[in-house]
Design a binder for this molecule. Structure first.
Ligand code: FMN
Length: 168
């Protein structure tokens, strides 16, 4: 599917509120997935048992609305925005919400990646990966990360980043 407008993206980290039970996190992810599907948002949500890292992308109005809902959620706090900006094409077009349970180190690695550019991969001369590349690697890895909410095939292959082609 072609995007009619610019794709807006936002990434943030936050902390699960202590007395929120683990099952509630699965519910939140399921609710978020349904809503994102309805509003044309695609997203990656990492959770290490304590912290979240989420990257959302889609039409500006819808992403802003979803983010307002996220900011209002009582299930997490200490929300820190990592990056907000426009991207030319979606980085994760296949998933309304890809929920990945990861280790603390993996979440930390993604959070401390280079968030200065959302759209482009790091130039080959430095060899360094961007934070988005780190997310893409986690999202498509068959290793330690476990997909709890199955990815929804949402958009066509046209704008799909190449890593996504090996996704289950
Ligand atoms: C970590 C986290 C991620 C969320 N992601 C999304 C999302 O991608 N899209 C969306 O529409 N809502 C999202 N939400 C909102 C939830 O789906 C739900 O509406 C909200 O958590 C309910 O409010 P409560 O947490 O105060 O019960 C998110 C909430 C949290 C805590």
């Amino acid at each position: 599917m072609r995007e009619d407008m610019a794709v807006q993206a936002i990434a943030y980290i936050s902390q699960l509120v202590e007395d929120v039970p683990a099952q509630r996190v699965d519910q939140i992810a399921a609710e978020a997935e349904s809503s994102n599907l309805l509003f044309g948002i695609t997203s990656i949500l990492l959770f290490d048992g304590k912290s979240f890292l989420q990257y959302l992308e889609g039409p500006e109005r819808e992403v802003k609305k979803a983010y307002a809902k996220i900011l209002k959620s009582t299930s997490h706090n200490e929300i820190v925005e990592l990056k907000r900006g426009r991207v030319g094409v979606r980085r994760f077009p296949d998933w309304a919400l890809r929920f990945l349970r990861v280790g603390e180190q993996e979440l930390h690695h993604a959070a401390t990646g280079d968030w200065t550019g959302l759209a482009r991969r790091r130039a080959a001369d430095t060899g360094a990966t961007t934070a988005i590349d780190r997310l893409a690697k986690l999202a498509t890895a068959e290793g330690p990360a476990e997909a709890v909410v199955a990815g929804v095939l949402y958009f066509g292959a046209q704008d799909r980043p190449s890593e996504a082609e090996s996704a289950p």
